[in-house]
Design a protein around this ligand. Structure first.
Ligand code: MN
Length: 474
């Protein structure tokens, strides 16, 4: 399974010298308690480290420079325990190149009516301190996250946790390398990717290789390595011979496992974590990679079919955000337009990610009517039920746009005995009609990333970090 660096987040508390040394010591102590309790909550995927109480412009500037420089730090969390004159924050905040979360909270979750006095008020000024600080972030167009509420509440801790995942994905985005075997499917518009723009805005490196380079790598895969994968496959999935002879079935599966290992070695050698294939460009390959691609997606690799580099990068990015869980490359496949049944059936020719399966996937071998190659082995399964989101990345002359909607995910009403592919049914929460019109109006493509693990807010936060447009259809 692909993994990411061990990141941490740095936490600083804003204050000033006006109230004396004792108050500053108390601010530091309280901040340490807040950070300790957040870490102990068990909700945060990445540790928070309390660094300091910030009282001067020079200190804040030095701190932000260190954050930028340190690769282990994914972002900054700030809290204004007292009033912190925000002119102090201008230079440092302008220099900050990593995600920023303003935790607008207060040490106590109530007003202590019986004991409150001016000493208390000198120390606890979040109510107005957050406004002063937030003004500068707004004026600098930081697009930072604001989490508002009591730091000890579980919903607030969840918000911080989900933002951490987005911030780490943002950091990792600048390391994503996409390997495109062949070009985009001929004549198709919506899957086209501007490689230079993707690198400038999203940090992705997008490289092309002729499929012949890949065939060379696949041809080098040893039979013993394929044997081992075949054994693993039998452990994790149900092998269904169907109408094939035993020899035909095993041959087809072994071809896919050889492609799986060959692609994986090729990607590892170049440091790639996402890839595309194109059924129009399979010269020298015995089969369109089906099972091969599905196993790579299971391992955490991003993927886009028909040369779709945008979906390849986006699926890798969202898999990072989702810790490789329940997040899959998807395509709008066919529709149920009957009143009361309105839904989209999502699938692909072969390449549906088993991370969303609700049952043990079956390995099956069936002919494919396009591509003119051998019958490919693929994983067949039914998707899951529950709340999910569907996301796509569109590109226009004026930039990238993340388009998404929350959906109700369901299982198909019946089996499809003559369509042996993995399937996921869903209905946009906005309704099929309204959701689809908005999607089409905004130029959203048919390829998307479908996730049971992520939320609309996270997609919106991600778009803000990149400074790109986000359309949430609700
Ligand atoms: Mn497709």
């Amino acid at each position: 399974m692909l993994s990411v660096n061990k990141y941490e987040f740095w936490f600083v508390t804003g204050s000033q010298f006006l109230y004396g040394e004792e108050q500053l010591r108390q601010v530091a102590e309280d901040a340490q308690v807040v950070v300790d309790k957040l870490n102990e909550s068990g909700k945060l995927p990445y540790k928070i480290v309390f660094k300091d109480v910030m009282t001067t412009a020079d200190g804040i500037t030095e701190f932000m420079k260190e954050v930028n420089y340190n690769d282990a730090v994914a972002g900054v969390i700030t809290w204004m325990h007292t009033f912190s004159p925000a002119k102090n924050w201008i230079r440092g905040t302008k220099l900050l190149q990593k995600p920023l979360l303003h935790l607008a909270t207060q040490y106590l979750n109530k007003i202590p009516y019986d004991t409150i006095d001016f000493d208390y008020m000198n120390l606890n000024q979040s109510a107005h301190g957050d406004r002063e600080y937030g003004y500068i972030n707004a004026r600098l167009h930081k697009n930072n996250k604001i989490v508002y509420g009591y730091w000890g509440d579980t919903d607030i801790q969840d918000e911080i946790a989900r933002w951490e995942d987005v911030a780490v994905a943002y950091n990792e985005s600048f390391k994503i390398k996409i390997c495109r075997f062949g070009d985009t499917m001929r004549n198709v518009a919506v899957t086209e990717l501007d490689k230079v723009e993707a690198q400038i805005v999203l940090g992705w490196t997008v490289d092309y290789y002729g499929v012949g380079d890949l065939v060379e790598e696949i041809d080098k895969v040893e039979d013993s390595a394929v044997d081992k994968e075949y054994h693993d496959l039998q452990k994790h999935y149900t092998l269904v011979q169907g109408n094939n002879s035993a020899a035909e079935f095993e041959h087809s599966v072994r071809v896919q496992l050889k492609e799986y290992l060959g692609i994986k070695r090729f990607l590892e050698r170049g440091g790639y974590t996402a890839f595309t294939t194109n059924f129009e460009d399979l010269h020298g390959l015995a089969q369109l990679p089906g099972l091969a691609t599905q196993l790579l997606m299971r391992d955490g690799y991003g993927f886009g079919a028909e040369g779709d580099g945008k979906s390849a990068g986006l699926s890798r990015l969202l898999k990072i955000m989702a810790h490789n869980k329940n997040t899959a490359f998807m395509e709008d496949y066919t529709l149920d337009l009957r009143k009361g049944h309105e839904a989209i059936l999502g699938a692909h020719m072969l390449e549906v990610d088993p991370s969303i399966a609700s049952e043990k996937p079956r390995v099956e071998v069936h002919p494919l009517d396009i591509g003119g190659k051998e019958a490919p082995a693929r994983l067949v399964f039914t998707g899951s039920e529950g709340d999910a989101i569907d996301v796509t990345l569109s590109h226009f002359a004026n930039g990238f746009k993340l388009l998404s909607y929350p959906v109700n995910a369901n299982k198909p009403e019946a089996e499809t005995p003559h369509l042996p592919v993995a399937k996921q049914l869903w209905t946009p929460k906005a309704g099929l009609k309204k959701g689809s019109i908005k999607w089409i109006e905004n130029g959203g493509g048919h390829h998307s990333v479908f996730s049971f693990a992520l939320t609309e807010n996270q997609i919106d936060d991600l778009a803000k970090m990149f400074g790109i447009e986000s359309i949430v259809i609700e």
